[in-house]
Structure formats: C-alpha cells, structure tokens
Design a protein around this ligand. Sequence first.
Ligand code: AN0
Ligand code: CP
Length: 316
Amino acid sequence: MKLFSSVNDVTNINALVKEALALKADPYAHQDLGKNKTLALIFLNPSLRTRMSTQKAAMNLGMNVMVLNMDKEGWALELRDGVVMNGSTVEHIREAAAVMGEYADIIGVRSFPGLKDREQDYSEDIFNKFVKYCGVPVVSLESATRHPLQSLADLVTIEELKTRPRPKVVLTWAPHVKALPQAVPNSFAEWMCKANLDFTVTHPEGYALNTDFTKGATITHNQDEALQHADFIYVKNWSAYEPYGKVFDGNEDWILTNDRLKITNDAKVMHCLPVRRNLELSDEILDGPNSIVVHEAGNRVWAAQAVLKQMLEGLS
Ligand code: AN0
Ligand code: CP
C-alpha cells in the first residue's frame, strides 16, 4: 500500500480488519518489519489519539517516529504555485514536503478543512500536495474530507463487539457549538457502506452529507425511527455541507439519552472523541454501561498498525 487516504485505497477491507485484530492479539509479532524505517507524523492541527496511537503502532512494528507540529513549530507554508512569496508564508509545500520525504520512509499528514471554501476543501489540496511532493507513501491522519484511520478502527470495533452477523449501525448527528468538519461522518459512512452491515444515517434537516459518501445508506430525519433495533450508535456532530460550514440554531434535543437507548437493541455507543460532555453526549451515556468510546479509541492502535504494516511490506 502506497497511500491510505480513503476506503478506496484498500483492496480487501475484511482482510485489513482481520489483520488489525490479529495485531491486537499479538502486537509485537512483526517487530523486525520496521527496523531502520522512519515514520514522520506531520500535524497541521491538534490531536491526542491519532498522534499517540499511530506512534505506538509504529513503535510496535519497530519503527522510529518523528513528530512535527507544523502549525506551531514549522515555517508557515505556501500552497499556491507561481506566487511571489512576499507575505506571511515562509516556505513552499514543494520544498517542505520533498525535504520530509528525504528524512522519512512513510509520512502521516493531518490537515483539517477551512470550512469556508467547499471546492477548495473537497479538492483535498493540502493533503494531495503532500502526497505529490514528498515521494514516499502517505497515510492520512484526517484530511479535509476523510478520517480513514478512525473509520478503520470503528469497523474493527464493530466486528469485535457485534452480537449478530449483520448488525444495525446508526450514525446520528449530535449538537455542538462550533462548526466541525464532515470528515469523520463522511469517512465513517463510506466505510460502513462497503462493510457487510445494515447502515442508517440520521440528522436534522439541513445536515445532509455529500451523497458520494452515503450511497447505499438509509437516510432519515427521524432519529427515533433510525434508532429502533440499533446495535451500534455512532454519535458525531458535523456542520452543513450546503450552505457549507453552516451551523443552524436549535436541534439541542438531538443529544442521545438513556431514554432513547431503550428503543435500541441495547446499542453500544461510539464516538471518535474528543467529545464535549452534555453538549454532544450526556454524562449518563458516557459513564454508563453502553459507552464503548474508550475501547474504540484503544483500537486506533491496531488500525494504524495494520495500515503501517501493509505500507512497510510494500517498501522496496
Ligand atoms: C475534529 C472533527 O470533528 O473532525 C476531530 C475529530 C477526530 N473534532 C473537533 O475539531 C472537535
Ligand atoms: N479521534 C481522533 O482522531 O482524535 P484526535 O483528534 O485526538 O487525534
């Protein structure tokens, strides 16, 4: 594997999930694979889980890891071609990414969307320029429109904890005070649509995702109807796709409660984290027996390790 930016970069999803679970059972089985290989993790935005789980995954494979918080510690990056750089940017991505490729065998990049210009964000300009100019395999640590390491960990978690062969999985919108990216729900939806399960998306009017990501899903504005018989509920806020980045007033009652859990099949509750308590998810859910959010975050290690393993196997 030379690129991990979406589910479309994976030839066999089931095999990758199995690989992640096998690594969970035996984390140090491939410690020689990454010997003398270096992973560089480049963050243009904050992170707890992605940073620590990917670093841990690389260490389990015997790799060396370098982390650069580009937003705080790197030079201000220019992305546009052909401009006179007489403003605030100091270094062009052409040189910056190429230099990183000199130091690392694999690069991970996190680049959130600006949520102002939809065309720009959905073109994945920043991420694609890293891929183009660094010359080594690249793994997405969440780009403008997708978070594939999160979605793989989510699918691993569902496969691990499901109690029937084809579980019902519901992605539900939740309230928030800030405009958040569509990357996590887009990505979750496209992975779930390719997995062998029953998948429903529910959100208030105005929050429809780009249909490229939800093809094959059942979509409804009726949250109670969606939650019926659910085995897994994936809670996440996102801002509108149209008008882009908008947060509408109201919809506070979309928060999941224990009462709403009663209409489910004793559903397990997931969230990618970080979560704002009592805004997106209630204390009673997060501290109750149905929450699997920490277990899910734990599985980020095995998802990252499965992807890095395939990338290392592809290095000449
Ligand atoms: C980010 C998002 O919603 O995409 C990262 C989630 C992993 N969340 C926040 O900015 C709070
Ligand atoms: N879920 C997730 O990606 O968390 P971080 O933003 O902390 O990495």
